[in-house]
Every structure is written in C-alpha cells, then in structure tokens.
Ligand binder design. Structure first.
Ligand SMILES: [Zn+2]
Length: 130
C-alpha cells in the first residue's frame, strides 16, 4: 500500500529530529496532494510504522492542502480540490505549483525517564566533615 511507504518516510523524518530516547507523542505533517493520501489508510499505516519504531500510541495529525494552480494565460493563482480546474479567465492550461511537499510541521515528545536519569545533576549540598 502506498501510504505505508509514506509512513516509513515520515518515521525517518521524525527519527532524525527526535532526541535520543525520547518518546514520540504526536506529529503534525503536511502532505501535498500529489501523494494522493487517503486519510484513513494513512492513519492505519502510521499506527503500524510508529509501533515498529517504538512509538506506539503516537498520534498523527494530517494537514492535506489542496492543489495550488497557476494560470499560464493570466497568471492567476488559486487553490482547488480538482487538479484540472480551469481558470476564471477561461484559458485552458493551468499549471501545478507544487503538490509534492512532505513537511514535518511539529512534533511533541516526552523525555524518557531512563535517559534523563543517566545524566545525574549533582545536588548542591554542603558536605559536612566526615
Ligand atoms: Zn487565467
């Protein structure tokens, strides 16, 4: 399934930015219409990929923008759910601006307790005479 490879790419994107040992809670991602993402399939694929990465329960927030079109005749730019929508000037032939983007917008995580415990901060306690 196509969404599985997108989910794997997403896991890689997050892994590169997540501090070592941190536990991912939520990730927000923008995926362009060129990827033709089906939201339900994407959620399912993410759940499976996240579990494999050790982030079971991590939430996926999807931002799926519409097509960005630009008229080749008058230069007008607009957004549409339809990839082949015609410009209001009547010209045939709108150009796609993008649609292939895959952007990590934000993510939330918990610091793993075991990791923070392994870097002890010495409490500043006065040492009495032994
Ligand atoms: Zn136009």
């Amino acid at each position: 399934m196509h969404e599985l490879s997108v989910a794997d790419a997403l896991v890689e994107l997050v892994r590169r930015r997540l501090p070592a040992g941190a536990l991912l809670r939520r990730v927000t991602v923008r995926i362009g219409p060129l990827h033709a993402i089906a939201p339900e399939a994407m959620q399912w694929a993410w759940k499976s990929a996240a579990e494999e990465a050790g982030w079971s329960g991590a939430q996926l927030e999807l931002d799926l923008p519409p097509w960005q079109l630009r008229c080749l005749s008058c230069g007008r730019r607009w957004q549409s759910a339809l990839v082949d929508e015609l410009c209001t000037c009547g010209a045939i032939g709108a150009m796609l601006e993008d649609g292939a983007e895959m952007l990590l917008l934000s993510f939330e995580y918990d610091e793993a307790e075991m990791v923070s415990a392994s870097t002890p901060s010495a409490p500043a306690q006065p040492q009495g005479p032994v």
